[in-house]
Write a new protein. Structure first.
Length: 128
């Protein structure tokens, strides 16, 4: 059996979908992962909704950072699916604009064939 080519696409995994910044994902994978992210963050933030801590602590800040990273990773891969730079994901940091960005990238169709970010939708990048 021949070793895999260094430029061959790598298998898509759940950790890659939620945390990786390379490659492309389709609309269905995006919305499913986004709903999973919301569910995980809702569970993690339950003590804060109950009003237990009065001020954000390290736990809260770490969870918020992880949630933001997952959202940025998902949006970047959707932008890559359209052939756009992942830097547009920085618009997530602008209040109210972020809602439009999440909806826009979730509804726009991806490029049908290969582009500079991967050979096809739901594929990891060529590098890394």
């Amino acid at each position: 059996m021949a070793p895999p080519s260094p430029t061959a696409p790598r298998a898509a995994t759940v950790p890659w979908v939620l945390f990786g910044l390379d490659g492309r994902i389709g609309r269905q994978a995006y919305w499913l992962a986004f709903l999973l992210t919301i569910a995980l963050m809702s569970i993690a933030f339950t003590p804060y909704r109950a009003g237990l801590p009065q001020e954000p602590d390290l736990y809260f800040l770490v969870l918020a950072g992880i949630g933001l990273w997952m959202e940025v990773a998902l949006v970047m891969k959707r932008l890559h699916d359209r052939g756009l730079s992942g830097l547009f994901a920085l618009l997530l940091l602008v209040p109210l604009v972020n809602i439009g960005v999440v909806i826009f990238v979730g509804l726009m169709p991806g490029d049908p064939g290969p582009n500079r970010f991967g050979p096809h939708t739901d594929s990891r990048g060529r590098f890394g």
